[in-house]
Ligand binder design. Structure first.
Ligand SMILES: Cc1cc2nc3c(=O)[nH]c(=O)nc-3n(C[C@H](O)[C@H](O)[C@H](O)COP(=O)(O)O)c2cc1C
Length: 383
């Protein structure tokens, strides 16, 4: 048994958000000297884990999902623990407090978490300062989300503006179109809104690839429709965000807090993320996929890669299995030489080519306008 498993019962006695705070404070101390942490945890880089996706070369295909380093405070420390990349945020234009506490619940019998954080973050300006003050030693994705209380077109315009302000600090941009914990965000998954957003981002002509993040509740057909209708404007997709209730992933939950409102992450959502990854990779073999959802073991990561993911993100598994998980996954993938045996399209590695020409931006037509809270799941904001 490793040391983390031995102390986990004690850690799990404390409120999850307090725990996160303690871990964050520890990791922050090493953000400017990550090599110390690397020596303490004996992590190493391995040549056969390097992977190039959309022109970005990652030291490992395994990274940390959005929501863990929301404030851009300890990304280098996570890199020292073995992450090939860290997705910062999600961030919004202005800082937001998020929902009322308590807003994170562990579901230990299900190896899961329900959270309804509600996009608490520091806002673009302060996040940018953090990134500017601590040069990065790991690849960084920046997850951008809309602020609270906006209409569809306001959400789009704000996100485009935010990307303009912050893209130069990122190796890739992630669009959070699927947060179930703030009213309206999932309307960004509706075709007219997604199309308008991606067209406007295209017209920024940034070099960083843009990944769209979808929810675990989405169907394969809907995913295929969005990818076709957005006409090659997304550089990749992230499958998936958390699952919101009602969804069949909740049916077999056993833990006491299974009925808490919010988004479900961890083991119960793995199968659906894998199903979507398999189907989308088959339908669009040139489209890079970042897997997210229930990675707990090296074998899970291998399965996600073999299903068609080029990169794999971890969050809930890291909480349950501790700081050595990334190194364990890297070691396994390297020893099994998993990446060498993946047969991916060479297109996956190529940097995005943006026409110098602007594309025509289609309106979010009035008759197509999606109501603010359509398909948005729960919203827990206190008005
Ligand atoms: C406490 C918590 C906060 C999260 N915050 C965000 C966020 O700000 N933006 C985002 O795109 N995803 C967020 N997520 C979703 C994760 O990035 C990830 O997609 C999801 O948890 C599924 O992966 P997992 O099963 O490995 O946790 C959050 C998840 C948790 C548990």
């Amino acid at each position: 048994m490793d040391w983390y498993k031995a102390v986990r019962p004690l850690i799990f006695k404390v409120d999850p958000e307090v725990d996160h705070h303690l871990v964050a404070n520890g990791l922050k101390m090493f953000n400017s000297c990550p090599q110390v942490l690397q020596k303490m945890f004996l992590t190493k880089k391995r040549a056969n884990l390097q992977v190039t996706v959309k022109g970005v070369t990652f030291d490992s295909p395994i990274g940390i999902a959005a929501g863990f380093d929301k404030k851009a405070e300890f990304y280098n420390s996570l890199g020292a623990l073995g992450a090939g990349f860290v997705e910062i945020g999600s961030i919004t234009k202005h800082n937001q407090p998020g929902n009322k506490k308590k807003r994170i619940f562990r579901l230990p019998e299900d190896k899961a978490i329900i959270n309804r954080m509600g996009l608490n973050n520091l806002g673009v300006e302060e996040t940018r300062e953090h990134l500017a003050n601590s040069p990065k030693h790991v690849k960084i994705g920046i997850s951008v989300a809309p602020g609270h209380g906006l209409s569809s077109s306001e959400m789009v315009d704000e996100m485009v503006d935010d990307i303009k302000e912050i893209h130069s600090f990122a190796d890739y941009i992630a669009l959070n179109q699927s947060c179930p914990n703030q009213k309206g965000v999932t309307t960004l998954q509706e075709v007219p809104v997604a199309k308008n957003l991606l067209q406007k981002i295209h017209n920024l002509h940034i070099k960083e690839p843009v990944f769209c993040k979808f929810g675990n509740d989405i169907t394969v057909d809907k995913m295929i429709e969005i990818i076709q209708e957005t006409e090659g404007l997304m550089d990749g997709i992230i499958l998936t965000n958390t699952a919101s209730n009602p969804s069949s992933t909740y049916n077999d939950l056993k833990s006491a807090d299974k009925n808490e409102g919010g988004g479900l992450s961890g083991k119960p959502i793995f199968a659906k993320s894998l199903e979507l990854t398999t189907a989308i990779h088959k339908a669009f073999p040139n489209l890079p996929i970042m897997f997210s959802g229930g990675i707990f073991t090296p074998e899970d990561a291998q399965e996600a890669l073999q299903a068609g993911a080029s990169l794999v993100q971890v969050y809930t598994g890291f909480i349950y299995n501790g700081p050595t998980l990334l190194e364990q996954i890297n070691k396994h993938l390297s020893e099994e030489d998993v990446l060498a045996n993946l047969d991916y399209s060479p297109e996956i590695a190529l940097a995005p080519v943006r026409d110098e020409q602007d594309v025509v931006v289609s309106d979010i037509e009035p008759e197509e306008k999606v109501e603010l809270d359509a398909n948005s799941g729960a919203s827990f904001h206190e008005e």
